[in-house]
Ligand binder design. Structure first.
Ligand code: TK8
Length: 345
């Protein structure tokens, strides 16, 4: 390069670099090829020891390896960057690059995500995967870009079970009068009301304190979360209600995504997928192990019979019928036929 050209190049590049220097993620990119130095801030609500935390660690390893160390991922666990909703907004505003929230608190933004909140739809994780990784789940990912988000697939939160400080929940009757924290989600709220409980929606990071201070009697989450969040310290009863399956959705800020080259986008996509497979496998194993650990920790665990679950399902049917209309009956039917198909396989 001739000297004057160099000077010109520096003269043009320098002010731009200074301007953008404050936000590591926002360096020049565009859809040309190549890999640039990038900083990716990734945050989740759960702890590092949770399978979601371990999955995020795997994602970091993969991105850094595939990019030859140029793309760096900084992980933040335990809602240190905020709760699911707050981090999602940070992605929309371009202030954070990655988060992996439960789909449930996103229903205020994309109502159709509420179909995953219908109780007793899935019996096994595999049934859920067939819907999430199939047409229904993939169509829902396409709704994200208009909300300034990119979805790279689904990880697993899992089947939720109820814990509380009052009594074992074995029958539909036993929900009556229990003050239960729910996610910020209208289907959950209405379903628990129908069961006669007294639900109160709350961000995840407030739950431990609310349980400890007895603001609420109980909460519901997958076993791995109950263990990782140490709810056994404040909740004597664990009832295996398995009433609903919650997916995580892997989100990237669209502002950030649009700056990435095709090659960089592929690194993100492949890493999210590979780490997602790892995360789901680990999650299923951890949910099994967590049950034993929670028993050892002294929680009184009870099973709920299929007949009682059937009763609970009947009770909440008016709620699912109402929301099926709101979210789109066709979409719900599609989900159900996917489940039927998976059940036969
Ligand atoms: C963590 C949450 C959590 C969810 C909840 O950020 O809020 O109860 O189950 O896993 O997404």
């Amino acid at each position: 390069m001739k000297n004057w050209m160099k000077k010109l190049a520096i003269g043009v590049a320098l002010p731009g670099m200074l301007l953008l220097g404050g936000c590591g993620a926002a360096k020049s990119g565009g859809s040309a090829g190549g890999i640039q130095e990038r900083t990716i801030k990734a945050g989740i609500g759960l702890n590092e020891d949770h399978p979601e935390g371990q999955g995020l660690k795997k994602f970091k390893e993969l991105v850094e390896k595939k990019s030859g160390g140029k793309m760096k991922v900084q992980n933040f666990y335990s809602a240190t960057l905020g709760d699911d909703q707050k981090m999602t907004e940070a992605l929309q505003g371009g202030l954070q690059e990655v988060t992996i929230p439960s789909t449930s608190p996103l229903v205020g933004m994309i109502k159709e995500y509420g179909i995953f909140d219908f109780p007793f739809v899935f019996n096994t994780e595999e049934e859920a995967y067939s819907v999430l990784d199939g047409k229904v789940g993939q169509e829902l990912l396409k709704k994200l870009p208009e909300h300034k988000l990119i979805g790279l697939g689904y990880w697993e939160n899992g089947f939720r079970n109820l814990t509380n400080s009052k009594h074992p929940v074995k029958t539909a009757e036993d929900f009556k009068g229990l003050k239960i924290r729910t996610m910020q989600n209208e289907v959950h709220l209405d379903a628990f009301k129908k069961l006669g409980a007294n639900p109160s929606p709350m961000a995840f990071s407030e739950v431990f304190t609310a349980l400890e201070g007895k603001t609420v009697d109980g909460q519901e989450n997958p076993l791995a979360t109950i263990k990782s969040s140490k709810y056994d310290e404040v909740q004597p009863y664990l009832s295996m209600t398995k009433h609903v399956y919650t997916p995580f959705v892997f989100l990237v800020s669209k502002q950030f995504w649009d700056k990435l080259s095709k090659e960089e986008q592929k690194i993100m996509r492949d890493s999210a997928k590979e780490a997602g497979k790892y995360q789901r496998d680990l999650n299923r194993k951890e949910n099994e192990k967590a049950l034993e650990d929670l028993k050892k920790a002294g929680m009184k665990v009870n099973e709920v019979s299929d007949a009682e679950k059937e009763k609970m399902k009947e009770i909440v049917k008016p709620v699912t019928d109402k929301y099926a209309k709101k979210f789109g009956q066709e979409l719900v039917d599609e989900m159900m036929s996917e489940v039927e198909k998976a059940r036969k396989e």
